[in-house]
Design a protein around this ligand. Structure first.
Ligand code: UDP
Length: 384
């Protein structure tokens, strides 16, 4: 039996967990397998992040049926279930709120304790599949790493027991602290055109959330916001789904907006640091901007990261409503005063998480609510 299965599957997972994986790889107290669900699979949505951040490669890589969310989730559950039939672990570790974390159902079916990194975040927006996923995995979990005390409180309010939740700080702070110099010197990875644009003032944009791009009115409002910025360049690394939807619509972006394919982490962070501000609907990018003292417009109706508003690092742009005075958002973000305090932690979160995982593995005490005289071995799968 190995101690841990670490299950990840999308771009920001590799980035956020990169130090956790390296720390686990460099210790010899516990053994783990790193399993890639296959949710993201292309060079510039997956491999480039392993290479740039020198992340240990997965021991197991699954591929999923990508027809739709249900097939991604069901094939992840099936792949993990079959894997757990032949490989025993003391716990299975998941991160975030994606289709991949629904693989925790397979761990639950094998009665393997579930660990959730990024637990107890809530947007209280029940339209979002992510909100449903994170609620489900938190309530399945035997151990939750919540980034902030306020997130822990949200978990307690839902009846999750206090001893399940450990507050750790947000590991994205660790990644930024450790790689800051690399980000600053990463211009060479940008192609000439982007490099040229980024020599003047520019705005960086990302937009991929389904509630924004699959809702025509919301997407239109976002396009109007971006088209209202006419005094500088905009660099927009655009996800493939967003490209497809834009190309199949009657909407268009102004000529000062440069659309490029998604780029690597070092070049993205280089652009972020140099930008006047970022307009984004990404959960991670808004944290990164806040930590790096870059103002942001959060193009979202709701957020599970309200701290960026609390410290006045971000302006909300609600894509669900028509804005009579759309340029007001740009005025407001230009007036944000830099120098706010980073609300996301000290930069030692990966270490806290890894030390706790080692301690719980060594004492074999992941499991909650499990009487010691439990009458049968629940680790075997049951077939009728
Ligand atoms: N990112 C990147 N290249 C890009 C766009 C984003 O490396 O072209 C990084 C970004 O710095 C952040 C992460 O990818 O760390 C965000 O991913 P995404 O917005 O897809 O996911 P979310 O955070 O919303 O789950």
């Amino acid at each position: 039996m190995k101690d841990l299965a670490i299950v990840l599957g999308i771009r920001p997972d590799v980035i956020r967990a990169s130090k956790i994986l390296k720390l686990l790889d460099n210790q010899n107290q516990i053994e783990f397998d790193f399993i890639w669900s296959g949710q993201h699979y292309s060079e510039n949505m997956k491999d480039i992040f392993f290479n740039q951040l020198d992340v240990p490669k997965p021991n197991f890589e699954f591929s999923v049926n990508k027809s739709n969310d249900s097939t991604i989730v069901s094939s992840t559950i099936e792949n993990l279930f079959n894997h757990f039939e032949n490989h025993s672990y003391k716990a299975a570790v998941f991160l975030g709120d994606t289709n991949t974390v629904m693989g925790s159902i397979a761990a639950a079916q094998h009665n393997i304790p579930v660990v959730h990194i990024e637990g107890c975040m809530r947007s209280y927006d029940w339209r979002m599949p992510e909100e449903k996923y994170r609620t489900i995995i938190d309530h399945l979990s035997d151990r939750i790493y919540a980034y902030l005390e306020s997130y822990k409180l949200q978990g307690l309010n839902e009846g999750i027991s206090e001893n399940v939740i450990k507050v750790t700080g947000n590991p994205i702070v660790d990644i930024i602290n450790e790689n800051l110099q690399l980000f600053e010197s990463s211009a060479q990875y940008l192609d000439d055109k982007v490099l040229d644009l980024s020599n003047d003032n520019f705005v960086l944009v990302t937009c991929h959330r389904r509630e924004n791009i699959l809702n025509k009115d919301s997407f239109k409002n976002i396009i109007s916001l971006l088209n209202s910025i006419d005094d500088r360049n905009i660099i927009f690394p655009m996800g493939y789904k967003t490209q497809e939807i834009l190309n199949n619509s009657d909407m268009s972006l102004n000529d000062n907006i440069e659309i490029i394919d998604p780029i690597g982490y070092l070049e993205f962070m280089h652009l972020l640091i140099k930008s006047d501000f970022v307009a984004t609907d990404s959960g991670t990018v808004v944290e990164e901007a806040c930590i790096l003292n870059v103002p942001s417009v959060q193009m979202r109706y709701s957020t599970e990261r309200p701290e960026v508003y609390d410290v006045k690092a971000s302006i909300k742009f609600d894509p669900t409503v028509n804005h009579a005075n759309i340029i007001e958002t740009i005025d407001k973000v230009s007036k944000l005063k830099k120098g706010w305090k980073n609300p996301f932690g000290e930069g030692n979160s990966s270490e806290i998480i890894v030390n706790d995982l080692i301690e719980l593995s060594n004492s074999d005490s992941f499991r909650r609510h499990m009487p010691s005289d439990y009458p049968f071995d629940t680790s075997r799968s049951f077939k009728e």
